[in-house]
Ligand binder design. Structure first.
Ligand SMILES: Nc1nc2c(ncn2[C@@H]2O[C@H](COP(=O)(O)OP(=O)(O)OP(=O)(O)O)[C@@H](O)[C@H]2O)c(=O)[nH]1
Ligand SMILES: [Zn+2]
Length: 180
């Protein structure tokens, strides 16, 4: 990856030997490795068994989980928030693990729709919940810094599974709790 970054920097006409750029291929490779570190992780490791028996059967909502992902079309960031909810069915998930599941998929090359669905499916598989709802709102640098150059548009995507899909009142409660 370092070699590739060195080639890219040369290709834009920069001088790789100048002081500020000497270590840049190495730094950039390390940064990109981190931004895509979700490929190195597995759901089981992330969840780490943090599932707890509970008779709670009311909606659990974790809102405003900040996310940084990379658009798979331009390799530019998209940045925003995820709101994740589920209705437990005998087990609740450790709170931090919800955010860890978001990061597991955000730190990959993504489109927002796919990211939303992957988080929802994994929440459903891991918790065996009666239903899961995920909403992501994000701004895409590929639409802001380049291309169509729109600074204020926000993309909102959702994935509703189980009772969140079938039951209008449940979906409405979720939207109200996250202020949408
Ligand atoms: N649906 C969806 N589209 C995305 C996402 N991220 C980026 N895109 C879009 O992917 C599309 C790629 O279109 P192309 O025409 O192949 O690429 P381009 O010439 O760089 O397009 P422009 O961005 O319009 O300049 C663009 O419309 C992007 O806005 C995403 O998360 N979801
Ligand atoms: Zn893009």
């Amino acid at each position: 990856m370092e070699k590739s970054y060195a080639e890219i920097i040369s290709a834009i006409g920069e001088d790789l030997t100048r002081d500020g750029l000497q270590d840049t291929p190495k730094r950039a490779a390390k940064a990109f490795q981190f931004l895509t570190s979700g490929y190195q992780r597995k759901v089981d490791d992330v969840v780490n068994g943090a599932l707890f028996e509970s008779d709670c059967n009311e909606m659990v909502v974790v809102s405003d989980i900040e996310l940084y992902s990379m658009c798979e079309h331009h390799l530019l960031p998209f940045i925003g928030r995820a709101h994740v909810a589920y209705i437990p069915n005998g087990k609740v998930l450790g709170l931090s693990k919800v955010a860890r599941i978001v990061d597991l998929y955000a730190r990959r090359l993504q489109i927002q729709e796919g990211l939303t669905t992957q988080i929802a499916n994994t929440m459903m598989e891991v918790t065996g919940a009666e239903g899961v709802g995920v909403i992501i709102e994000a701004k895409h640098m590929c639409m802001m810094m380049r291309g169509v150059e729109k600074q204020n548009s926000v993309m909102r995507t959702s994935a509703m599974l189980g009772v969140f899909k079938d039951n209008h009142a449940t979906r409405k409660e979720f939207l109200a709790l996250v202020g949408k």
